[in-house]
Design a binder for this molecule. Structure first.
Ligand SMILES: Cc1cc2nc3c(=O)[nH]c(=O)nc-3n(C[C@H](O)[C@H](O)[C@H](O)COP(=O)(O)OP(=O)(O)OC[C@H]3O[C@@H](n4cnc5c(N)ncnc54)[C@H](O)[C@@H]3O)c2cc1C
Length: 425
């Protein structure tokens, strides 16, 4: 028996990342009897799914699914959740890892009942990154209305601390501790599942598509927040420059994707996301025209193909096979002209619309900052599962671009792989 194949010492496992994949792995393992430490760097669980308005293809709100998972976590004492947590160091071998976590202060303790009295008195505004900075919150804030845990947090980068402390006086529950400090803790686990997910590709890096230059060009994730009832416009899709309801919208597919200068790969979900977002527009504005510029439409599988065909049949949705080469803004109307070459007819198209959505892809979080563990990563930053070595695994979009169904399947599989490490004799 080599050292690497030693019998497991710890019967617990750790899941890093509390998005839909991490929640799934944690629950699958906990519900068959294993202790799970779930570590999430945000002050809330749910990951990117919490920012979506509806799920394709059923068009139901993702909060339903999240709520069920949050309830299962609440009811299961085997899952220990660490929000505002990050892994500092991992040492050891499969079956026996020593993990050091850093827990950043929330400045709000367990007494918080989410009454909002603190927000009423807080004098400091900050950009709301949950809504892609399309609105603001106070320095003390609830990340979003269905946040779990349902507790406020303070953004220490902008809070004036003890110089202000109006929230401390306003709180009847003694829930605010401005002196809270970060903590370091050590845990022993037998296996680790990394479900660190993805970040939207930075559209400002795509020079020819005008993001950050023209206000009426937004990204697909911004569109999710605009359409969401708990978003910055209470669900009304309006264009940023003048709050006008758009009569025409263009979707630019593969914005930075399948492009060696940006993301060389396909993110799998962008075509489905734009087809879904076409339904948001058509539902709010029955006369609006939707133009979708694509290289090729990827709607894999029976259910997605059916969804695509349904949208394609809509007489106000125009699918144009052509890669967008440039966009221009009319400075008077702030309308955008999208320029592309129709790959079927060869003709140059100039389509003027009131708003543009860039379908940007998913960039793995592991590509941004190297994770503090001995993990293999492919050239695009997705974590490679080394099943031969075992002990540490990647689930969901940390491993590859995926929709929620595939992320969940993969996350369930990785729960089993982690359990194998724990029970190995
Ligand atoms: C515009 C758009 C629309 C979409 N719409 C749909 C749809 O309708 N239906 C569908 O099936 N899919 C959709 N998707 C895809 C869906 O968002 C993903 O499948 C899903 O987010 C994958 O979940 P995940 O848990 O793997 O990753 P994430 O949702 O990214 O979660 C990862 C979590 O890990 C945390 N984390 C990251 N790094 C660390 C770290 N170092 N330490 C601790 N925590 C960390 C993050 O804060 C986050 O909470 C859409 C995607 C886009 C871009």
């Amino acid at each position: 028996m080599t050292e690497d194949k030693a019998a497991p010492v710890s019967g617990s496992l750790m899941v890093v990342g509390g998005g839909i994949s991490g929640l799934t792995t944690a629950l699958e393992a906990a519900e068959v009897g294993y202790e799970v430490f779930l570590v999430e760097k945000n002050p809330y669980l749910g990951g990117r799914v919490a920012q979506l308005n509806q799920y394709f293809p059923k068009l139901c709100p993702p909060t339903c699914g999240l709520e069920i998972n949050f309830r299962r976590i609440k009811d299961n004492p085997r899952v220990k959740v660490f929000t505002l947590g990050e892994v500092e160091k991992v040492e050891g071998i499969p079956g026996n890892y020593d993990v050091t976590l850093t827990l950043s202060p929330r400045y709000v303790n367990e007494n918080c009942v989410a009454c909002n009295d603190c927000v009423e008195v807080c004098p400091v505004e900050r950009d709301n990154e949950f809504n892609f900075n399309m609105d603001t919150t106070k320095a003390i804030y609830r990340p979003f209305d269905m946040a779990f845990p349902m507790k406020y947090a303070i953004d220490s980068a902008v809070c004036k601390g003890s110089q202000c402390a109006q929230c401390v006086d306003a709180c009847q529950y003694e829930a605010i501790e401005l002196g809270m400090e970060s903590k370091s803790i050590n845990l022993k686990v037998g296996a680790i599942v990394w479900s660190t997910g993805w970040t939207p590709y930075d559209a400002a890096k795509i020079d020819n598509l005008g993001f950050g230059q023209y206000p009426n060009i937004i990204t697909n994730m911004m569109m999710e927040r605009l359409a969401a009832i708990n978003g910055p416009t209470n669900g009304k899709i309006i264009r940023p420059s003048d709050d006008k309801t758009p009569e025409s919208i263009a979707f630019v597919q593969c914005a930075g994707s399948r492009d060696e200068n940006h993301l060389p790969y396909c993110s799998y979900i962008c075509c489905m996301a734009s087809l879904k977002q076409a339904t948001y527009v058509r539902e709010q504005y029955p006369d609006a025209k939707v133009y979708i510029f694509y290289i090729d439409v990827r709607a894999p599988g029976q259910r997605y193909e059916k969804f695509y065909k349904k949208i394609k049949a809509d007489e106000n949705v125009f699918l144009i096979k052509g890669k967008v080469a440039e966009v221009n803004e009319d400075p008077d109307t702030q309308n955008i002209t999208v320029v592309a070459e129709n790959a079927v007819t060869g003709e140059k198209i100039r389509q003027t619309v009131e708003m543009v959505v860039l379908a940007t892809g998913m960039q793995p979080n592991a590509s941004d900052a190297a994770l503090p563990a001995d993990l293999k990563v492919n050239p695009d930053g997705f974590i490679i599962n080394d099943f031969e070595k075992g002990g540490m695994f990647a689930a969901g979009c940390a491993n590859k671009p995926a929709d929620v169904v595939s992320s969940n399947q993969n996350a369930t599989g990785m729960a089993l792989k982690a359990i194998h490490t724990l029970v190995r004799k």
